[in-house]
Each structure stands twice: as C-alpha cells, then as structure tokens.
Design a protein. Structure first.
Length: 371
C-alpha cells in the first residue's frame, strides 16, 4: 500500500463523512481514463464485531471530462430515474459531502465515491451465456431509459461518437505533427483514411435525420457490466460517465468490438485479432431480445456495420492520442497507443470481411424478436 495514496483516499473519505477508521485500499485496474480505488473501512456490524465496509473511490480525469460537475448531474438524474423504474434492482449510489454535493474538488483533482458492489467483471469472455447476459443488461439499460427526456442531459464529451469529427481532428493533428511521430504510423494512417466514408456512415446517417437520438451508455465494454459471483447473473451496468444522447448502434458496436474480439483490445498478437461470430451472435441475440420492439428498421440495419465503425473510430482516437503525446488514455507501456491502434485496425479489417455474416445474424435475431 502506498502511504501517500492511502492518506489521499482517507482525506477524500473524510470529506464524504465515511464512517469508521480507514483500513486499506486497492487500485482497481479497469478503465483507460479515470483512476479507481476500492477503499476499505472498519465498521462495527451492530453487535460489537468488526467488519470491513468497502467503497469505490474515483478520481475523474478532467482532461477527458472538462465539465465534471455536469457529468455528475447527468449521473444523478439517470441513476435516480433508473432506481425509480427498478426499485428492487442493485443500483449505483453516490455519496454526498456535508454541503450535499456528489463530488469534491481537491485543487485540480475531482473525486467521487459510490457504493462498492461485490461482483466479477470480464475483460475477455468466451462463455456465450455470460455474453448474452451482458447484452441483455445493455439492452435493458437502453429500454429503461427509452422514455427519459434526453434534453435533460449535458454532453459530457461533445462529439464523443461523431466519427467525422474524430477523423477531422486526426487529420489536423497529422498535418501539425508537433512531436514528429507521424512517420512511425503511416501504414495505420493510410488504412484509416482509406475506409473513412464507411467508418463515418453512422454519423452521416444521424446528420441526415435517418436515425433517432436515444439516451445511450456510450461505453459498452462488457467489463462495464457487473456479474454476481458464482451465478454469472448480470447485476448492474456501471460507468455512466458518458451517458448522453446517442445512437443505438454506438452502444451495440462498441460492445461487439470489445466482447466479440478474439483478443483483448490492446493485444500485440494481432494475428489472432478478429470478430468471433459466435460471440457476436450471442450478443446480438441478447441485445435484440430486449430492444427489438423500439428499434426502427434503419437502426436494425446499422447494427451489423456498427462494430466496424466503432473499431475504426477508436483506432482514430488511439492514433491521435499517440500523435499528440499520449495525454488522453492511460498508457501502461511504450507505444501502448500504437499497439491499441493496430489491434483495432486488425479487428476492423476482419469485421469488414465478415460484414455479410454479421448483417445476416442481426436480421435473424430481429426476426426472432418480432421485426
Ligand atoms: C475509455 O476508461 P474506459 O475504459 O471506461 C474511453 C472509451 C473507450 C475505451 C477503450 C470517456 O473507457 O471511449 O472506448 O477507453 N472512455 C472515454 O478502452 O473516453
Ligand atoms: Mg468509461
């Protein structure tokens, strides 16, 4: 345990009036943007016996989230709404400070604390039942918010899934090449530019008014679903930082590019990277089992392509971060953002080859659930 960090977490805990003496902490190594810790406190269990009570303490990355107060306001609204709709479901609960805020600023640092839910998560998963449950959970998330008034939500990251804008930013940063890194990634740039129009299909259709805006999660990696230990029942969808108006295909595509990839999203062995159609099928079946009744024909028609779109979009983001100095995503090794870019490109290439199969699977599932 790092003493300085332990002290920091205690200080934050004090501001939220967490009861009981601080005992220990562990950094939870998920997420590429925020810093997350489980902080353990000692509590009297009511009978005079000590027990450990854990909390999830997070430092929000204010480079990525420029308006963290608006972000917390979105989360409050969405979690309250979900809780009212599903009172018996496990939900996220953010703690309040003495002045009734769900956050504290400590200098430049922005901290928040929520309940810790004992659970397991999966970064990679070849268990079809688990994938299907995760898909149902994300589908259900979409359904439970389908009547939520999206205009109440702020755009926590403007143009988050605006693929055209992502490309424009990349092209501008390639031109400027402030760090002289462009020469190292020419092949990746060439590929991404060569597929630009197809990669921007969702954004273009949205702009043309062909797809409805919904309240979407926008970061649907399956490790954002908590599962009950032992039973593998999906408990809760977490990481609501990017809940904003968006397209259903953003949520579907981001989920399959993560869950249905044969490798992890930053694998260096891209010879194995590609879309596992069995996993894709399980995800499509679970997601459409929940959402088919509300989806339009155009929405269904975009799901097969959405994994390719999201893989390309994320590749442009990783690549741009590399070119501009690795400021956005946490990097854990040298050239981490290049490795991530190559992996997303390898996935996009394989998805492109399997587009007809993915479209057929989506169509089959939509039929099964009534469209
Ligand atoms: C970031 O930090 P995390 O894992 O929740 C990113 C997502 C990317 C993802 C790639 C706010 O999510 O958009 O898809 O990394 N979140 C933000 O792993 O940028
Ligand atoms: Mg996230």
């Amino acid at each position: 345990m790092n003493e300085q960090m332990a002290r920091k977490l205690q200080q934050v805990g004090n501001k939220f009036n967490l009861p009981g003496p601080f005992f220990s902490y562990e950094e939870i190594n998920v997420g590429n943007v925020n810093h997350t810790y489980r902080a353990d406190y000692i509590r009297d269990d009511g009978t005079g016996m000590a027990r450990i009570k854990s909390y999830l303490v997070q430092q929000v990355n204010t480079y990525a989230f420029r308006d963290p107060v608006a972000l917390m306001d979105n989360i409050d609204k969405v979690t309250e709404y979900i809780h009212a709709q599903r009172p018996n479901q496990t939900c996220l609960h953010y703690h309040h400070t003495a002045d009734r805020n769900t956050y504290v600023f400590d200098g430049d640092e922005f901290w928040r604390i929520c309940n810790y839910v004992p659970s397991v998560t999966y970064d990679t998963c070849d268990n079809l039942e688990i994938v299907r449950s995760a898909a149902e959970a994300f589908g259900d998330f979409q359904m439970v918010l389908s009547d939520f008034d999206a205009s109440q939500l702020s755009y926590t990251i403007p143009d988050f899934h605006n693929t055209r804008k992502r490309y424009e930013t990349l092209i501008k940063d390639i031109k400027e090449d402030k760090l002289g890194r462009v020469k190292n990634v020419q092949e990746e740039i060439d590929y991404l530019l060569s597929v630009q129009d197809l990669a921007c299909k969702l954004t273009d259709m949205e702009k043309a008014g062909q797809l409805p805006l919904r309240v979407t999660h926008n970061d649907t990696k399956i490790n954002n679903v908590l599962f009950e230990e032992n039973t593998n029942k999906a408990l809760l969808v977490i990481d609501l930082d990017t809940v904003m108006p968006g397209l259903v295909a953003h949520d579907f595509g981001d989920a399959v590019r993560f869950a249905a990839n044969f490798t992890e999203e930053d694998s260096e062995d891209t010879s194995r990277t590609g879309v596992d159609l069995n996993i894709f099928w399980a995800f499509a079946d679970g997601f459409l089992s929940q959402t088919t009744p509300i989806l339009t024909r155009n929405e269904i028609d975009t799901l097969g392509l959405s994994g390719f779109v999201l893989a390309c979009e994320l590749a442009t983001r990783f690549l741009d971060d590399y070119i501009t100095g690795d400021k956005y995503f946490k990097v854990k090794k040298d050239n981490h953002n290049i490795i991530r870019t190559k992996c997303q490109i390898a996935l996009a290439k394989d998805m492109y080859k399997k587009l007809d199969a993915m479209n057929a699977i989506v169509e089959g599932c939509a039929k099964k659930y009534g469209k």
